[in-house]
Design a protein around this ligand. Structure first.
Ligand code: SF4
Length: 370
């Protein structure tokens, strides 16, 4: 294992660095997905461990939504390798560890931190250092690596139980990142948090085009369903913004589609809209480039050329994208990167979150009409 890879894994799921000691039992199956119980020693990851400016919680390792640009896949591989080394794999896991490409195993074998709510409850006992940090201004973000409202959550309700624990503690700052309208199931507990803590939801929507979304994020909810969820959360008085990220050059950066998206989420009540061009570090590149080759062969060479030099889109592209979104957010009256009429502190936190979300997820080619 190279040191970069191990660094990424540790940053995404540091709590799973504990030695694998026993077989992870299968606790559920759903079509072609297996769920494995993976109790964690800790669930609240601190800024000093993750290198991010906030605390993070990820109830699941692996994600069935299957986004082509997902950067969390190799952290999942790390968990599998550790259990393979200890001969601590169930039969389906061992079979697919040997036969399935790692990027696919990430979608088909999801590890569930079944004890996460109990561990969090202990961690946040009144007066503990972590409790003090979280009531003194630090933010905790749920879903920095994998989606906390992926299909597993419908069955295991780990995210909901975590929120219930957080709702017992006033004066916190809580943020949630998701693509799923399942979050509206928890409007009751979200409202409880919202009454005495600062809460913000960050819905990711990369395109308003349903068919295109299906190709990029094959098992994720439709853009329409996400926008409806946005409306319901706003009706409940909850702060909800939209992350249009990553913007995939040549694929999701059609200017009229992006404008349609910003218009629709603004009409649904989005409090802020942020965007960022795709970035591709090595772990995400291994899945993304072959996917571009298969789905958008006319873009393959351009993408290869870009990533041969850098993990970022060209500077011109990034600046152009930001200017384009600045214009859109002003036009439709929602806060964005530069259009921030109030609450600077909230803006800083959103920016930190958004930057992490796209931390590994980019390319070239500017089709935006700037
Ligand atoms: S929803 Fe997030 S974690 Fe799940 S596959 Fe997509 S990018 Fe990865």
């Amino acid at each position: 294992m190279d040191s970069n890879r191990s660094l990424v894994q540790s940053a995404l799921f540091p709590e799973l660095d504990a030695p694998a000691s026993r077989v992870l039992p299968v606790i559920g199956e759903q079509k072609d997905i297996h769920y494995h119980s993976a109790p964690a020693k800790s669930v609240l990851n601190g800024p000093e461990v993750t290198g991010m400016g906030f605390w993070s919680i990820n109830p699941y390792v692996g994600c069935a939504f299957g986004c082509a640009y997902c950067y969390a896949r190799y952290a999942h591989r790390y968990v599998m390798e550790r259990h393979a080394a200890k001969e601590a794999m169930s039969a389906p896991l061992a079979r697919d560890f040997a036969a399935m490409p790692p990027w696919l195993a990430f979608e088909r074998h999801v590890f569930v931190k079944t004890n996460a709510p109990q561990v969090l409850r202990k961690t946040l006992r009144h007066g503990s250092d972590r409790h003090k940090a979280l009531i003194n201004g630090d933010t905790v973000v749920i879903g920095t690596a994998t989606d906390p409202y992926q299909p597993a959550e419908r069955r295991f309700r780990i995210t909901r139980q975590i929120l219930e624990t957080l709702s017992e503690h006033p004066d916190m700052s809580v943020a949630i990142i998701t693509k799923s309208p399942l979050i509206t199931r928890d409007i009751d507990v979200l409202s409880r948090i919202n009454r005495h803590s600062r809460l913000s939801i960050h819905l990711t929507i990369t395109t308003p085009d349903r068919e295109l979304a299906r190709r990029i994020e094959p098992r994720a909810p439709t853009p329409e369903a996400r926008i409806r969820a946005l409306g319901r959360l706003r009706e409940a008085g909850i702060d909800v913004g939209v992350n249009v990220m990553p913007v995939m050059p040549g694929i999701t950066d059609n200017p009229s589609q992006l404008e349609e998206l910003v218009r629709r989420v603004a009409e649904a009540g989005a409090t802020h809209v942020n965007s960022c061009a795709l970035r591709l570090q090595s772990t995400a590149r291994k899945r993304y480039l072959p996917w571009v080759e298969a789905e958008f062969p006319h873009l393959a060479e351009r993408y290869r050329n870009t990533y041969g030099r850098d993990s970022n889109a060209g500077e011109k592209y990034r600046i152009g994208l930001r200017k384009f979104f600045d214009r859109l957010t002003r036009k439709y009256g929602v806060r964005g990167w530069s259009y921030e009429p109030d609450d600077e502190e909230q803006g800083d936190m959103r920016e930190a979150i958004a930057e992490h979300v796209v931390a590994e997820a980019t390319a070239t080619q500017l089709t935006l009409a700037l």
